[in-house]
Design a protein around this ligand. Structure first.
Ligand SMILES: NC(=O)c1ccc[n+]([C@@H]2O[C@H](COP(=O)([O-])OP(=O)(O)OC[C@H]3O[C@@H](n4cnc5c(N)ncnc54)[C@H](O)[C@@H]3O)[C@@H](O)[C@H]2O)c1
Length: 466
C-alpha cells in the first residue's frame, strides 16, 4: 500500500505547440548546393501538424504495450507497424486496424519518409541502436525500450545522436514516471533519510533462467526458420547463427550475450533509475562482478556487481557504493533495520542514509525504517504518477527534453552494460574513465575488456557513429 493517495495523471491535456525547426528550409538549401543529408545540430526534426505520425518497431511483446499506451494519446496516429515476424501483427491490427505493415524498418523509413515523425523501438536489445540511430539520422523522435542499447559504445552513440539531431527521446523504463518511484526520488532528494551512505539494488531473476540452454544449442536442433520469420533481419547486427525453435525468438533472446543483456539489462535500467535520478549519479569509476561462472554464449547466473560512483550533493561521502544483486542473491536484511516479520521485496533497492533507511520496492511505494522513527512522517501529498509514453508525446509537441531522454538514459544504460563487461572478468576491479571511454585493469592488459565495450557488426547492419 502507498502511504499517500495515488493520483494517476495523464498529460494529454497540454497545449499543442509547434517545434521550431529550420529543417525544411535547410533541406531545400542543402539539396540546391549538393550538400550531404546531415544537417546542423538541433535541426533534424520537421515541424509538426496537430498529429504525431508514429511507427512501432516490434509489434508484439513490449512493443504492443508501448503501442497501446502511445496510441491512447489523442494526438497520435500510427502510420507503420514493423515486425520481422508476420505472425506478430494480430494484436496490433485488432487494436489499431488498417496500419501499414513492414518487416524491415529501413524500408519503412524510406517508404514513409516525411509521413513519419516518431518511432517506438521495442525490438530485442541488440537491435535497439541501429533502429533508433537510423531514425534519429532522419529527424524522427525516438522512444526506445530499455536498456537503451546492447553495448556501452552503442549507448554513448545513442546519446550523441540525440544531441546532434535535436529530436525528442525517451527510454522505455516506464516506472520512471510511476508514482512509487517518483515519491521515492522526492523523499531522497528532500533528505527524508539524510545524505546517502550506500545503496543495494536487486532482482530475483538471474541472467540465464529464461532459456533452457546454457551453451550454443546442438546442431540437431537447428532448423529452417518458419515462413513467418525473417531470420536475417532478426539477427540484424549480430553474427549469423542458425535458427533454433524456442531458443531465441521471441522473448528468450534475453539470456544470450549476442542478443540480450542478462538480468542486469532486463531490470537494472528500472531499478537503478530512481537511484540515478535522486542522487544525480552519472558514471561509475570502478566496477567488479562476482558470480559462479559464465561462458561466451549466455550471461552468468546469480551475480553481484559492485559499483563505486563519485559522491554528489546527495551522498554522505566523496564516493558512494552501489551494489547490484540478481538471482537468489539479496543484501542482508539486517541492514534495512526493518521489523522481523517483514521481508525484503523480490526486487527493489535498499538505500542507507545517515538518518534512516529506505526500501523502494520494484514497483511499490517507499517505506522507511526504523519504523519507530518514521511512524509519524508526513509524506508529501502532491506526488503524481504520469503516463510515461504520453510524457514523450507531449514533450515532442512542446519541443522539450524529458527527464528520461537519452542524455540521462544513456549514462544509466552505460552503467548497466559496464556491469556486463565486468561479468566477463569476475573478481577483477575494472576502472572506468567515462570521458575517454577507457577501461583499466591495473597491471593486467585491458585490451580484451576494452573490446567488450562494443561489438563487431554484421555487414549491412552497422551502427553509424556520430
Ligand atoms: N519496459 C519494460 O518493462 C519492458 C518489459 C519487457 C521488455 N522490455 C524490452 O522491450 C524489448 C522487447 O522485449 P520483448 O520481451 O517484447 O521481446 P519479444 O521477443 O517478445 O518481442 C520483440 C518483437 O520484436 C520483433 N523484432 C525482433 N527483431 C526485429 C527487428 N529487427 N525489426 C522489427 N521487429 C523485430 C519480434 O518479432 C517481436 O515481435 C526489449 O528491449 C526488452 O528489454 C521492456
Amino acid at each position: 500500500m502507498y502511504p499517500i493517495p495515488i493520483m494517476r495523471h495523464h498529460l494529454s491535456q497540454s497545449p499543442a505547440s509547434r517545434i521550431p525547426s529550420r529543417r525544411g528550409f535547410l533541406k531545400t538549401a542543402a539539396a540546391a548546393i549538393g550538400a550531404p543529408f546531415i544537417l546542423p545540430s538541433g535541426s533534424f526534426s520537421k515541424p509538426l501538424n496537430s498529429t504525431l505520425q508514429v511507427a512501432v518497431i516490434g509489434a508484439d511483446g513490449m512493443g504492443y504495450s508501448d503501442m497501446t499506451n502511445i496510441g491512447s494519446h489523442e494526438k497520435v496516429k500510427f502510420v507503420g507497424f514493423c515486425d520481422i515476424d508476420s505472425s506478430r501483427f494480430a494484436k496490433a491490427d485488432k487494436a489499431f486496424p488498417g496500419v501499414a505493415h513492414f518487416a524491415d524498418y529501413m524500408e519503412m523509413y524510406s517508404k514513409l519518409g516525411d509521413g513519419l515523425d516518431a518511432v517506438c523501438v521495442a525490438t530485442p536489445d541488440h537491435s535497439h541502436a541501429r533502429a533508433s540511430i537510423e531514425a534519429m539520422k532522419r529527424g524522427k523522435h525516438v522512444y526506445c525500450q530499455k536498456p537503451l542499447a546492447h553495448t556501452v559504445w552503442e549507448c554513448r552513440q545513442m546519446k550523441l545522436w540525440a544531441e546532434k539531431s535535436g529530436v525528442i527521446t525517451q527510454m522505455g523504463n516506464q516506472i520512471h514516471s510511476d508514482i512509487a518511484y517518483r515519491l521515492g526520488v522526492r523523499l531522497l532528494r528532500e533528505g527524508a533519510i539524510g545524505k546517502i551512505k550506500e545503496v543495494h539494488s536487486w532482482v530475483s531473476v538471474d541472467g540465464r533462467e529464461r532459456t533452457s540452454f546454457d551453451d550454443r544449442p546442438p546442431k540437431s536442433l537447428e532448423s529452417t526458420p518458419p515462413a513467418n520469420v525473417n531470420w536475417d533481419l532478426w539477427i540484424g547486427p549480430a553474427p549469423m547463427r542458425p535458427y533454433v525453435s524456442d531458443a531465441y525468438h521471441p522473448f528468450v533472446w534475453r539470456d544470450w550475450q549476442d542478443f540480450g543483456t542478462g538480468a542486469l539489462g532486463d531490470f537494472a535500467c528500472h531499478i537503478l533509475d530512481p537511484i540515478f535520478t535522486a542522487l544525480e549519479l552519472t558514471a561509475p569509476t570502478t566496477i567488479r562482478a562476482e558470480h559462479s561462472g559464465t561462458n561466451k554464449e549466455v550471461w552468468p547466473g546469480p551475480e553481484r556487481v559492485y559499483y563505486t560512483f563519485p559522491g554528489t550533493d546527495f551522498t554522505a561521502g566523496k564516493t558512494i557504493a552501489v551494489t547490484w544483486y540478481d538471482g537468489k542473491l539479496q543484501p542482508p536484511k539486517e541492514l534495512a533495520q526493518m521489523p522481523d516479520n517483514l521481508s525484503l521485496p523480490k526486487a527493489g533497492s535498499l538505500i542507507i542514509g545517515e538518518g534512516g533507511n529506505m526500501i523502494l520496492p520494484h514497483v511499490a511505494g517507499p517505506r522507511m525504517y526504523p519504523q519507530e522513527k518514521f511512524q509519524t512522517f508526513a509524506y508529501p501529498k502532491d506526488v503524481v504518477g504520469l503516463n510515461h509514453r504520453h510524457v514523450w508525446v507531449d514533450a515532442i509537441f512542446e519541443g522539450k527534453k524529458t527527464s528520461d531522454g537519452f542524455h540521462y538514459a544513456a549514462p544509466l544504460s552505460e552503467t548497466v552494460q559496464l556491469g556486463n563487461v565486468a561479468a566477463r572478468f569476475p573478481g577483477e576491479t575494472l576502472e572506468w574513465d567515462a570521458a575517454q571511454m577507457k577501461i583499466s585493469r591495473g597491471a593486467v592488459d585491458s585490451t580484451p575488456a576494452q573490446a567488450m565495450l562494443t561489438r563487431e557488426y554484421r555487414k549491412g547492419f552497422e551502427v553509424t557513429p556520430v
